[in-house]
Design a protein around this ligand. Structure first.
Ligand SMILES: [Zn+2]
Ligand SMILES: [Zn+2]
Length: 167
């Protein structure tokens, strides 16, 4: 029964939105292949919007971006991050933790989850930056983290298993 359903559904679909070889559609407006739900691509649909709507969307996007930068690039709730900061001192140096650090940096594919966050001071956070723990040459701070934080231990284990997997 499913085969008949797809056979009858296919032609009606393809008349409005011609499918390309990769499973995408060809935009009737710009001719590019895209994967949006509509016939026209996202870019063309966006361009077709009134200027004031576009401006409002840009502003909103900018505000969201600013909020994300302010929050240390995390979508984890403020309350959750506050709880992580309050859970201890900076795992790397023992100073007062006024920030949270993504152990596995977001920019390197790390998850934006509370499990990937540790209490951290601003100085260590800036020093570590986008580096993985095995790339950060402040070994004394990494060692302290290993000693005091289970999360740091887990991240090191992950790095070791990843490294051995490439051999
Ligand atoms: Zn288009
Ligand atoms: Zn620190």
């Amino acid at each position: 029964m499913t085969s008949t359903a797809t056979l009858t559904a296919r032609p009606t679909e393809s008349t409005s939105t011609p499918e390309t070889g990769n499973g995408g559609k060809t935009c009737p407006s710009c001719g590019r292949e895209h994967f949006a739900w509509s016939a026209t691509c996202d870019t063309c649909r966006y361009r077709a919007l009134p200027a004031d709507v576009r401006r409002a969307r840009e502003r909103q996007k900018w505000q969201h971006r600013q909020a994300r930068i302010k929050s240390g690039g995390s979508r984890v709730s403020r309350a959750a991050r506050r709880a992580i900061r309050a859970s201890g001192l900076c795992v790397y140096c023992g100073a007062l933790a006024d920030e949270t650090d993504h152990l596995w940096p977001l920019s390197r594919g790390g998850p934006d989850s509370p499990e990937n966050l540790v209490p951290c001071c601003g100085r260590c956070n800036r020093s570590k930056g986008q580096k993985l723990l095995n790339e950060w040459t402040e070994w004394d701070r990494v060692a302290r983290g290993l000693f005091f934080s289970e999360r740091v231990q887990q991240e090191i284990s992950r790095l070791i298993s990843e490294e051995s997997a490439t051999f």
